[in-house]
Design a protein around this ligand. Structure first.
Ligand SMILES: *[C@@H]1O[C@H](CO)[C@@H](O)[C@H](O)[C@H]1NC(C)=O
Ligand SMILES: *[C@@H]1O[C@H](CO)[C@@H](O)[C@H](O)[C@H]1NC(C)=O
Ligand SMILES: *[C@@H]1O[C@H](CO)[C@@H](O)[C@H](O)[C@H]1NC(C)=O
Ligand SMILES: *[C@@H]1O[C@H](CO)[C@@H](O)[C@H](O)[C@H]1NC(C)=O
Ligand SMILES: *[C@@H]1O[C@H](CO)[C@@H](O)[C@H](O)[C@H]1NC(C)=O
Length: 462
């Protein structure tokens, strides 16, 4: 698997985490709630904390034909990180809030005034990154191929990278900047052609890109999977804190996105698993080929009015500790919801968030609370605990799909003394809800775009 040279296999750590896994396994399913759901999980506190060293590749990733390894941008497996200890969680959460503002400003329920002012605000704030916070993949581009580490984003259309000669300016990235003149398979598209008018809705950070479109490029997913004639954006005037990544891979449902461009190869079908910790690896797989885990449950995908590039889903309810919260279903339906790979923290209608928070706090009453962490108001000090028992949280999606979150997907971990419930309220129930990436961790999340459905399977990364 490409990229595996980046990591050192640490057998001691592997043994330790297997040990922790076994403990979790033995404890899980201890208590059941009224609806026959698992009511709580008992986990060791250390399993929630980041590990300082990178875990070895999973065997699954290396046996799939069209699979990229997904790693956490800020973890020890990342080629972009200099010191994982310098992660600023406040900054990550503030960036997450900016991304949510951008997504919601695109949706029909946001007033036009807000739409305009949000765009202006973001434009005025030079260096703003409304890309994704977290997950990156490494692809090969051009002939001969050059490795580029890109954020991947189900909310963006265009795949782009910084290009030489950077006539405007390029930000610092960890790999050499792509040089079109050294790629024999590169050609420009004139920006009057339809391809450039199909750029679609992209995050405002594209305000900072001067793009040259290109075609006839080779995109190397794995040595066995090479896409010819791939169109991507070549940015020569770029500003922003893209965290040393070389650009972005756009996975939205939009004409120019990689999903559409590779429709003939992969039938508009992809899946990913976001790893449980910053030190482990997941995958991003194109096509059905060996992609999904054996049992996946599917809920319908829908279009969000006026921002059709997002993947719309229907949330019907939330179950905490085996008990369904009494939230009227209109609370979720009024604003609608999307699933997003680039938003960290799930945003809920305030009515739903408040019911979730109350039930969660009641079940956690025996633990010491800790100060809030920006948008997260329900935090705990676990520094004196070895293991904790947390209520299960299950999301009910349309067509009877119940997703019981992995315990790791319940928390945003600042440090052992500040572990926070990883949900936040929207301003109004009528705002768009976002099912974020913390909650997606460890699941096989399947986007059957052609089939109009989204699937969840457990243990997608193992
Ligand atoms: C973390 O980021 C926030 C917001 O950008 C900033 O105010 C704070 O000073 C940073 N903290 C550290 C330790 O750098
Ligand atoms: C949230 O909903 C309120 C009330 O409907 C609306 O005024 C506001 O524009 C919405 N905010 C966003 C970001 O969509
Ligand atoms: C592509 O277009 C850019 C800007 O218009 C130009 O500088 C560059 O030489 C072109 N590259 C190729 C390979 O045609
Ligand atoms: C938008 O908000 C209003 C209430 O402000 C609500 O009635 C409506 O269903 C919302 N959703 C959409 C998609 O317009
Ligand atoms: C808290 O601890 C007390 C005493 O050990 C126990 O009776 C109670 O059930 C616990 N509460 C919760 C919510 O676990």
């Amino acid at each position: 698997m490409e990229g595996s040279f980046l990591c050192v296999i640490n057998r001691a750590r592997l043994f330790l985490s297997l040990h922790i896994l076994m403990i979790c396994f033995m404890h899980e399913g201890y208590s059941y709630g009224v609806e026959g759901k698992i009511a709580s999980h008992t986990v060791s506190v250390s399993s929630l904390l980041p590990s300082p060293s990178c875990s070895p590749s999973t065997s699954k990733a290396s046996t799939r034909k069209s699979t990229l390894e997904v790693i956490h941008k800020h973890g020890p497996c990342s080629p972009l990180v200099q010191d994982p200890n310098l992660i600023n969680h406040t900054k990550i959460l503030l960036q997450d809030e900016l991304r949510v503002k951008w997504i919601q400003s695109q949706s029909s329920n946001s007033s036009d005034g807000l739409k305009a002012s949000a765009a202006v605000r973001l434009r005025a704030k030079a260096g703003v990154n409304v890309g994704t916070n977290n997950y990156v993949v490494t692809i090969g581009l051009g002939t001969p191929k050059k490795h580029l580490t890109l954020e991947f984003d189900t909310g963006s259309s265009l795949t782009w990278t910084q290009c030489k000669p950077c006539v405007g300016s390029c930000y610092t990235q960890s790999e050499p900047i792509f040089n079109p003149s050294q790629s024999s398979s590169y050609a420009n598209i004139s920006c009057t052609s339809t391809s450039c008018s199909q750029l679609g809705n992209n995050p405002p950070h594209l305000i900072y890109l001067k793009l040259t479109m290109s075609y006839k490029n080779k995109l190397t997913i794995t040595p066995m999977e090479v896409i010819d004639n791939f169109k991507f954006g070549c940015g020569e005037k770029n500003q922003g804190l893209f965290g040393r990544t070389a650009g972005l891979i756009g996975l939205s449902d939009d004409k120019i996105s990689i999903v559409e461009q590779t429709a003939a190869n992969y039938g508009k079908y992809f899946s990913y698993c976001l790893p449980p910790s910053t030190s482990s690896r997941g995958h991003l797989t194109f096509g059905k080929d060996g992609g999904a885990v054996s049992s996946v449950s599917f809920t319908p995908l829908s279009k969000v009015p006026q921002s059709s590039q997002f993947y719309g889903i229907s949330i019907l309810g939330i179950i905490v500790g085996g008990k369904r919260l009494s939230i009227p279903s209109t609370v979720f339906s009024s604003g609608g919801a999307i699933i997003d790979s680039g938003t960290d923290i799930t945003r809920l209608p305030p009515t739903a968030y408040s019911a979730l928070r109350t039930a969660f706090r009641n079940a956690m009453a025996n633990y010491t609370m800790a100060p809030a962490l920006t948008i997260l108001d329900t935090c705990y000090d676990f520094s004196k605990e070895n293991t904790i028992t947390v209520p299960s949280i299950t999301f009910s999606f349309a067509r009877g799909v119940d997703v019981d979150l992995d315990p790791i997907g319940i928390f945003f971990v600042g440090k052992a003394s500040q572990v926070c419930l990883a949900f936040a309220p929207n301003r109004a129930d009528s705002n768009l809800s976002i099912y974020g990436n913390t909650q997606q961790k460890t699941f096989e999340v399947v986007y059957d775009v052609a089939g109009g459905r989204l699937g969840f399977g457990s243990n997608g990364c193992s």
